[in-house]
Design a protein around this ligand. Structure first.
Ligand code: NG1
Ligand code: ZN
Length: 532
């Protein structure tokens, strides 16, 4: 057939030079950048076919997020801005790993099996991060799209954050209802909503409108620059770690701060101000500050989630709107945060397995669903009913709390976790409450914890249940862990295979840092032993 011939021809420039299986993990295909050329080409092919099948625009994002500069990756975004449908993850993985000589026949069979109408024009929205490997990999994706259809509609947005790509996909498919499908439209929507929320006086109580943003030497810095202009001094931003290319996430960014539990490069302990660290594709956010004694404090995704939940809870009470607020966390959420939500705020908490798609899905069960991973990735979802109820109450006047909620509808990028949007949300809440970062930080005290990695022969020997909180295999491991955990006050530990790295992750928390470390070490030893 014609398409088979075109794919064979185009694939010659993107041969599979490495015989290594590359899986579709929690965030798409991700590995060393120099292994990815053929994967990108094939993802391009798959994205065009997916677009034809669903008759809508599909997104392709090229990034390896918080991972080092040498890595890269790619993920597909479905028409409503959500992660690619699982059945297609399987298809994409098969196609990505085929030998070259099986590629075209397999594509033809996919077209037949899925009944894809090739006459439907495909539409793909493409974005990439600032990695030096990204332009060439982006070209490989475009070659793949064009191999399916020479005059496919390709919107190549160049360097954008992952959340902007999700936003663009949503806005393109809903005819601009959620916002104008451009980067400027995104910046304008968020900044306008933020300035409305802040109002005339950007100072209030203990809130100071000055913030350091750590751009992780990546796209977060690029977008922040646009944002700073649009905010027009409503928030005074000191932007650090803005490049040069090649040192993405190096000793800075949200993942560095969260994992190392220390400040990023170019933020010093005497600054006294609060700092927001973004990750390499600007979908994760971590706050930090130094107290009067020069001590470092970190406010992670759990603290951000609780700030949102507490404030929305407040606004719902004040506005007397009858909407159901809930939170979604994973097992990595600090025990103190879950406790604060359920015992102090009386907000229900759902626990899901790791991976944004699970959290996002569970958050849709509430009218207002706040979801965050401890690493700083998350957002708030508003049901259709919530949007309507809030807008109605806000427009009828006199209900200030409903009007504030309406402002948050526009500041928050509900399509996916978004560091820039979350940052504006946090700042607007602190302003509303008149809080310093210290007052936010003392909302509850984190239980000391430790995250470890264990390298084993086959990490998939470890299987889990109960949202990853209990081990099923290897046999006997959970029993061993139960005995170890029981020795520690406030002890909690769980293990799971990573979806992005070849390791088993061990999480431990206990009453003191020493105990958390000890607990983690003992559980890691049990994992090593039973997985060998
Ligand atoms: P894995 O490698 O499956 O633990 C990590 C993060 C996830 C998520 C994904 C995607 C931890 C413990 N895990 O997944 O939360 O963000 O990467 O980036 O932080
Ligand atoms: Zn990221």
């Amino acid at each position: 057939s014609k398409i088979a011939a075109r794919i064979v021809e185009a694939a010659k420039a993107h041969t599979r030079r490495v015989d290594k299986y590359i899986g579709y993990g929690t965030a798409g295909f991700r590995t060393k950048a120099d292994l990815l050329d053929h994967v990108m080409f094939r993802v391009g092919v798959v994205s065009a076919l997916r677009s034809k099948m669903v008759k809508a625009s599909i997104g392709v994002m090229i990034t390896a997020s918080h991972n080092p500069e040498e890595d890269n990756g790619v993920k597909l975004v479905d028409p409503l801005g959500e992660m690619l449908e699982p059945a297609w993850e399987v298809l994409a993985t098969e196609i990505a790993n085929l030998p070259d000589d099986k590629l075209s026949e397999s594509i033809v069979s996919l077209i037949e099996k899925s009944n894809i109408d090739l006459s439907t024009r495909s539409s793909v929205i493409v974005g990439r991060d600032t990695r030096q490997s990204s332009p060439a990999l982006c070209q490989a994706v475009i070659d793949g799209i064009k191999a399916v259809e020479e005059d496919s509609e390709i919107a190549d947005f160049g360097i954008i954050s992952t959340p902007i790509l999700h936003y663009l996909v949503v806005c393109t498919n809903d005819g601009g209802k959620y916002g104008d499908p451009t980067v400027d439209g995104y910046v304008a929507k968020l900044s306008r909503a933020f300035r409305t929320l802040i109002g005339e006086d950007n100072k209030r109580g203990n809130y100071e409108p000055t913030l350091i943003i750590d751009g992780a030497n990546g796209v977060g810095a690029v977008i922040s620059e646009k944002l700073i202009k649009a905010l027009d001094k409503t928030l005074a931003v000191n932007l650090v770690n803005v490049g040069p290319p090649g040192i993405l996430n190096h000793d800075c960014g949200a993942d560095y701060v969260k994992v190392q539990q220390r400040e990023p490069l170019n933020v010093s302990s005497d600054c006294g101000a609060r700092c927001a660290s973004l990750d390499g594709d600007a979908d994760r956010l971590i706050y930090l500050y130094f107290d009067e004694a020069g001590m470092f404090h970190m406010l992670d995704g759990d603290k951000i989630a609780l700030l949102f939940a507490e404030h929305f809870n407040d606004l719902l009470k004040k506005s007397q709107l009858n909407l159901k607020l809930g939170m979604v966390q994973t097992a990595y959420a600090n025990g103190s945060s879950t406790n604060y939500a359920t015992k102090v705020l009386n907000v229900p908490v759902t626990c899901t397995p790791t991976g944004v798609k699970f959290l996002h899905h569970a958050a849709q069960e509430f009218d207002i669903g706040v979801y965050f991973e401890a690493n700083g990735h998350g957002t708030t979802l508003f049901s259709e009913n919530a949007v309507k109820t809030i807008k109605d109450a806000a427009s009828s006047g006199g209900n200030a709390a409903a009007q504030e909620l309406a402002g948050f509808l526009n500041v928050i990028n509900s399509t996916v976790g978004d560091a820039i949007s979350d940052l504006l949300g946090v700042e607007a809440i602190l302003h509303s409450k008149g809080w310093s970062i210290k007052e936010w930080d003392t909302m509850y005290q984190d239980l000391p914890n430790r995250l470890l990695k264990v390298s084993v022969a086959d990490r998939n020997l470890v299987t889990t249940t109960d949202a990853e909180r209990r081990v099923v295999t290897p046999e006997g491991l959970q029993e061993r862990m139960d005995i170890i955990v029981a020795k520690f006050k406030d002890g909690r530990s769980f293990v799971r295979p990573s979806g992005t790295e070849d390791v088993v992750r061990v999480y431990a928390e206990a009453d003191t840092q020493e105990h958390a470390d000890e607990l983690g070490k003992e559980v890691a030893a049990a994992v090593s032993e039973l997985c060998s």
